[in-house]
Design a protein around this ligand. Structure first.
Ligand code: PEP
Length: 257
């Protein structure tokens, strides 16, 4: 990686682990992790945020997989930014493909959540990416552009400093299929160019754009060697400390490549 952008590696645990497994996972990650110069975050399920947060002893950031965009009130089942702060959360995912395509979140709702996260002082990891039919129809860049323009609508250039964009082709998530480094690089470069048009060249070169979709220790080095890939959002492989730490090491290795 030839820029000054600090790599970002996030582990999205999704709806996995129980209390004991989560504790053991964070404990092993901390013992094995060698990631100087890499920003590392874990996104455990809501019920375990407090206990995982208490178990974190190094610079690892505690993240949440979702948030609600209003003040505390009558929103049954939802979790507010005040509650997340109480648990020590510093980063949140918005627009993850499972929330868009399984739960049915619209671009508008993703935008409200992203703005709420930024207004209340969190790092927002805005996830975008095309579905298989969209890729096959040649719509990858158009989908990415639509999701970025909608997701960042009303977000200022100074707020953008707290945004990480995760490009996650939906067909690669949890499937074992990974975008080739060249295809991923092409999408990332276009996303960066779009940020340049929407904001400024400085904003484009500063923003971190990370890749997600079946990243593993084996394919992470070649993906992260690409000039516009600044880290990864990891699902399945983040549930094994050895694999997650291997990916963090690949991000660290990209700093000198
Ligand atoms: C994800 O859920 O963001 C993800 C990239 O999952 P996986 O690594 O399992 O494909």
């Amino acid at each position: 990686m030839s820029t000054l952008r600090t790599p970002f590696v996030g582990g999205n645990w999704k709806m996995n682990t129980n209390a004991a497994e989560g504790y053991s996972l964070i404990d092993s990650i901390q013992k094995q992790m060698q990631g100087n110069g890499v920003d590392v975050a874990v996104f455990p399920p809501f019920p375990y945020l407090m206990s995982i947060g208490n178990a974190i002893q190094n610079q690892t950031v505690l993240g949440a997989q979702d948030l609600w965009h209003s003040d505390n009130g009558a929103f049954t089942g939802e979790v507010s930014t005040d509650m997340l702060k109480d648990c020590g959360v510093k980063a949140v995912l918005t627009g993850h493909s499972e929330r868009r395509h399984v739960i049915g979140e619209s671009d508008g709702l993703v935008n409200q959540k992203t703005k709420r996260a930024l207004e209340t002082g969190f790092i927002a990891v805005l996830c975008i990416g095309e579905q298989l039919e969209e890729r096959e129809a040649g719509q990858t860049d158009a989908v990415n552009e639509r999701q970025i323009r909608a997701g960042l609508d009303g977000v200022s250039e100074s707020q953008l400093e707290s945004v990480v964009i995760a490009y996650e082709p939906v067909w690669a998530i949890g499937t074992g299929k990974t975008a080739t480094p060249e295809d991923a690089q092409d999408a990332h470069a276009k996303i960066r160019e779009l940020i340049g048009q929407m904001y400024s060249p400085a904003a484009a070169s500063a923003i971190r754009i990370i890749y997600g979709g079946s990243m593993k220790p084996g394919n992470a080095p070649e993906l992260m060697a690409m000039p516009d890939i600044d880290g990864g959002l990891i699902g399945g492989a983040s549930l094994k400390a050895e694999d997650f730490c291997g990916i963090i090491s690949a991000a660290q290795g990209s700093l000198v490549s």
